[in-house]
Design a protein around this ligand. Structure first.
Ligand code: G3P
Ligand code: MG
Length: 246
């Protein structure tokens, strides 16, 4: 089987902001847009009261002035945290964005979305279902649909059931032999594999299965060139200088 032409931009800015701004913030997405990027990847989880918002870690300490598990607080409390000062005083008071706020900014600036479903422990199914349902509504009518991705098979299964029309990608931190069975069971359109795990044989096997191949996180032009030559369809990067190439 051969894969259809890849329908999204080939460069994707990692964690919402790349290297110029605190990760998973509106400031980062805005700077990515100004740098010429066309697509942004960001991490979404649920607050205690079920609001989807952007944060990478299960806990608040690394990238906010909050403490403890991120899904222990309601959205009202989360929305008051500072998610920018840890990166630089210039970004002090930058808030955690809701998924709705992020979608509005991306739509306003014509950026495509790669929404990574990042459930807190035990919240795989409800996070997958809620994020997918909200994405179907928030990105309706955009030229390209959002690409939903996750390391969590349970979250992707719930996303498939909640919004089967949205494309999905299975994230793999490490290559394993179950990848094809999982991809078929989840009806994903793509595999998203850490670039150090890529080999020519794996690229061929993924394309042979009719799936696109995305890879992360590639921050230098030489590595990118080698991966393009292998046939990778899209690369996720922190480097806005690369992502600005479109
Ligand atoms: O989507 C690729 C990448 O975002 C996965 O890793 O840990 O940065 O979410 P992580
Ligand atoms: Mg991510």
């Amino acid at each position: 089987m051969t894969t259809a032409p890849f329908p999204w931009p080939r460069w994707i800015v990692h964690r919402g902001g790349g290297d110029a701004a605190p990760e998973n913030t509106l400031a980062g997405m805005l700077l990515a847009a100004f740098a010429g990027a066309k697509m942004v990847e960001f991490d979404v989880r649920l607050s205690a009261d079920g609001v989807p918002f952007l944060l990478h870690d299960d806990t608040l300490e690394r990238t906010t002035d909050g403490h403890g598990p991120a899904d222990a607080l309601p959205w009202k409390a989360l929305s008051r945290l500072d998610a920018g000062a840890w990166f630089s005083p210039r970004f002090a008071d930058e808030p955690l964005p809701s998924l709705a706020d992020a979608a509005q900014l991306l739509n306003d600036h014509g950026l495509c979305a790669n929404v990574e479903i990042k459930p807190g422990p035990g919240r795989e199914a409800d996070t997958g279902a809620r994020v997918a349902a909200d994405c179907a509504r928030l990105f309706a009518g955009q030229p390209q649909p959002p690409l939903l991705s996750s390391f969590s098979v349970a979250a992707l299964a719930a996303a498939r059931d909640a919004a089967p029309q949205l494309p999905r990608a299975l994230l793999l931190a490490e290559w394993h032999d179950d990848w094809l069975a999982q991809a078929q069971a989840l009806s994903v359109c793509a595999i998203d594999l850490g670039w150090r795990e890529l080999t020519a044989e794996r690229v061929a096997a993924i394309h042979q299965a009719g799936l696109w191949l995305l890879s992360w996180t590639v921050n230098d032009a030489d590595t990118a060139q080698a991966l393009w030559a292998m046939g990778v369809d899209a690369l996720c990067t922190d480097a806005l200088a690369l992502a600005g190439q479109g």
